[in-house]
Each structure stands twice: as C-alpha cells, then as structure tokens.
Design a binder for this molecule. Structure first.
Ligand SMILES: Cc1ncc(COP(=O)(O)O)c(C=O)c1O
Length: 465
C-alpha cells in the first residue's frame, strides 16, 4: 500500500493527535482553503506574505495582532512543531556551557538541543502516583525545595523549563511557580504543548495558561491542543528578561528557509477560530461534552483516572491487571486508536470533534476487553529511580564525542550512557548521554517495559572508560 493510500484509511474512532479529528474539527476558513484547487495555496514567501521573522507582511501582521490581543511582547508561528520552537527557546535562554533546570518529564526535543549546543541539563525529580506510576503536577513547596537546594548553590542557572500540562493532562497551578522562579531571578519557559486551548477558555474551569501567568516564554503545539495541522506551533514571549531579537535570531537558526504556507495559514486560523464567539461556543460545548463523558463512564464503573484536561480520557487498565500496551492492541483492532499506552493506563484524546455515541461504545469495548483478556498480571508501578537533583556526570555533548561501545542493558549498570533511551510516545528520555546508569534505573526500565523481550534484549551505547 502506498503512503497516500494509507492516509485515506478510515478508523472508527481516531482518538489521537492531531486534535482536529482527521479534518472534522479544522477551522472553517482552512477547510475552505483546502477545498480550492489542490495545491493552489502552496506559494513561497512572497512580499505580501513574508515569513514569521519578516518585518512586514501578512504573517507579521497576524502575529502582532495576537501579541496585542494576549498582552505579550511578541509571538511567532512555527512549522516544525512545538519541538522546533522549544529548541529555539532554549537557545535564547542559555549559551553553550551554561546550565538549565529541567523536570524529569522533559520532552526529548529539549535534550537534543542541549546536546547540539553544549547546554548542560540539571534534572529535578517529580512526585509520582503510586496508582499509575505517572508523574504528579509540581507543587510550589516542591519547586521551592529544589531551587533552594545546596546542590545548586554555586551554579548559575540560565533558565528553567516547566512542563504544564503533562501529556495525560495533569496540570498544576502555574502562576505561583512562575512567580517563584522569577523570585530566584530565573527565566521560565513553559512547555504548554498540551494546553494551547486553555488560553481561550478563562473562567471555564480549565487550568490557567502560562501565557496569562506571564512566563517569559510559552510554547504551544497547535496540532496537539488546538485544531491546527500537524507541525503547527506558537511561541509566546513575555517581558524583557529575554531579549526579543535574540529569540528571533535563534528561531532563524533552526527554521526552514521555506515555511509551508498552508501550515502558516493553519497556525493563524486555528488561533483566530478560538477568538470568534460562535466557534468558541462550539468548542465550549465539546469541553462540556467531554466532562460529561468522564462522569458518565465513571458512573458505569469504567475505571478512569481523573485529569485536569477534560479532552483526555485515561483508562486505568492496570487496576484490572491489564497493561496499557495489551489494551491498546485490543482497541486498535476495533478501530479505536488511542494516543498513549503506558504500563498502567491507556490515554485517549477526544479532540475537538463532536463525540456522538462515545459513552456506550466505550463502555461496551471496556467490557469486551475484560472478558477477552483472561490473563491478569500483577502490575505494580515502582518509584522512578531519580534523586531530587541530578547533574549528568559528564556534559552530555562531550559524552557524544567520546568513544563508546554497545552493551546489553543489564551490562550497562554502573557505566556512563552515550545514548538517549526514550520511548515514543510520550518522548520523555529515561536516560541521556553523560548520565551514569544505576542498577535502580535498569530495574525500573525493565519494570516499565513489563519485563518484555524488547527491553531485555535492548542494547545501549556506553562510554569506554
Ligand atoms: C510535553 C511535550 N512537549 C513538546 C512536544 C513536541 O511537540 P510537537 O510534536 O508539536 O513537536 C511533545 C510531543 O509529544 C510533548 O509531549
């Protein structure tokens, strides 16, 4: 089958990103554009249009309009996903050889730019749920403990990244955290890849957006948490701690010379759509519908985990001795495609399309999963094996340049990694170059992978000492 044929394949329920639900929830104006002659819209950066970095043109005008609307200094559309704009943001905060503070659930794109630019990540640990094994949102006291730690005493921290909400929708009160970091004179980048739509729904019981909390930089993935096409993203810049021209330079460093005009139009329309009264009312109905789905399923004894993003449905398969990967295969066969299987859970993304008949369908599938999987496992999440604060023993960029050898995961214990270990999704690295691989980490990895063949036969590059 060719790629283009596969793209036509229908699934009964596409509960994955992008959140426009296979076109059904795309902004109307983008749909009109796509209905024109095929490819008509594919034009270069003509002077009237410009690029996200131009001093004039429709793209600049649109970005200026949004910046004013949300009372930020500036903002930029991105066509290389949240990943690309996160990477430019990191380069705007830290120079080579400098340190940045990162939570353990950081996205891999940030580690990659640290490797390329010789920026040194200092990891801080997060509390975790003993039920799901997933990280819990950061509390102010927890972050204060980290920022006051003696281990950071003689280190100049160039910036901190906070991930909010998490992939599964868990979210913290972001403003006190931003204020706390500013109190320590640390610039804050919030990876809000999963929370773009929070910005448009103030007073709707959703978590607050970091844009409103005045974080210095905030990155949105418009295809994950708004109704943009895949690869669309937005970077919001607040205040003057980070210099605007420096950010533009760093975007320029990583951006393609030919930003795709359709993707740019998608950035523009997906944001405008949420500013229009009628469409906003429709989206609010979707949020209400999603809340109702959760409530109704729980009342029918479907084991769901509560999260702060109503559009995420987290099935607690582990509580019935079924791991999320096995459950995922079951749902996939039925044409119900999830977003994120993990050891204890399976997460579905409702997207912005109307969900009719979802509750009955989901309840029936859950019952049918229970009756078809006879073998129940004793699934116990174990605590992530990290200290509160950890600095890689060797700068990660340097580790990449040193001689390394491939060894089996079990033989890597006590050695320094020259690899990133990172399952996708969710794209959270479990070990990075320069970190020593302790026995606890290997045990945890094997437990996470359900003692599966894949991990037991997994090879990793370690430094030759
Ligand atoms: C927390 C987080 N940040 C950033 C990204 C990258 O987003 P994008 O796919 O738009 O590059 C992801 C993707 O999974 C993510 O989960």
């Amino acid at each position: 089958m060719s790629i283009s044929s596969f793209l036509r394949k229908k699934f009964s329920m596409p509960l994955f990103f992008p959140s426009h639900s296979r076109g059904k929830a795309l902004p109307k104006k983008l749909v009109q554009l796509l209905r024109e002659e095929p490819g008509l819209w594919d034009i270069p950066e003509l002077p009237e249009l410009g690029t996200p970095l131009s001093d004039f043109g429709l793209i600049k005008d649109s970005q200026d309009y949004f910046a004013k609307k949300f009372a930020v200094n500036s903002c930029w559309f991105g066509v290389n996903g949240a990943s690309g704009l996160l990477q430019s943001s990191i380069l705007s905060m830290a120079n080579p050889g400098e340190y940045i503070l990162l939570p353990r659930n950081i996205h891999i794109s940030i580690i990659k730019i640290c490797l390329v630019a010789n920026i040194i990540p200092i990891f801080f640990d997060l509390e975790y749920s003993e039920i799901t094994g997933q990280y819990l949102p950061i509390k102010e006291a927890w972050l204060k403990k980290i920022l006051k730690s003696n281990l950071l005493n003689n280190i100049k921290i160039s910036g901190i990244v906070l991930v909010n909400p998490y992939y599964q929708g868990y979210s913290c009160e972001i403003k006190p955290l931003v204020d706390l970091c500013h109190g320590f004179e640390i610039p804050v980048l919030v990876d809000e890849a999963h929370g773009s739509y929070f910005l448009f729904c103030e007073d709707y019981g959703l978590p607050n957006s970091a844009v409103m909390a005045k974080a210095d930089l905030v990155v949105h993935s418009l295809h994950k948490s708004l109704n943009g096409l895949t690869q669309t993203a937005m970077l919001w810049h607040h205040g003057n701690i980070i210099d605007k021209s420096k950010i533009a330079k760093k975007i320029n460093l990583l951006q393609t010379t030919s930003p795709n005009s359709l993707l740019i139009a998608s950035c523009d329309e997906s944001i405008k759509d949420w500013l229009e009264k009628d469409s906003l009312e429709e989206y609010k109905k979707r949020i209400k519908e999603a809340r109702n789905i959760y409530k109704e399923l729980v009342s029918r004894d479907v084991p769901l985990i509560k999260t702060d993003d109503p559009l995420k449905i987290i099935l607690n398969t582990g509580s019935y001795g079924i791991d999320g990967f096995t459950a995922d295969k079951f749902f996939y066969k039925k044409g119900v495609i999830s977003e994120l299987p993990e050891m204890m859970t399976l997460t579905f993304c409702l997207g912005f399309e109307e969900q009719s008949n979802f509750i009955d369908m989901f309840e029936n599938l859950w019952k049918s999963l229970l009756s078809s999987i006879k073998e129940r496992k004793d699934l116990q999440p174990i605590k992530p094996p990290f200290s509160l604060i950890q600095i890689p023993e060797i700068p990660p960029s340097e580790s990449l340049l040193r001689n390394s050898q491939k060894v089996n995961l079990n033989q890597s214990i006590g050695r320094i990694s020259a690899d990133i270990i990172c399952p996708y999704p969710p794209g959270i690295p479990l070990a990075i170059p320069g970190e020593r691989i302790e026995k606890e980490r290997v045990d945890w990895l094997i437990n996470q992978g359900l003692k599966g063949e894949n991990l037991l036969n997994f090879y990793i590059n370690v430094l030759i000492t």
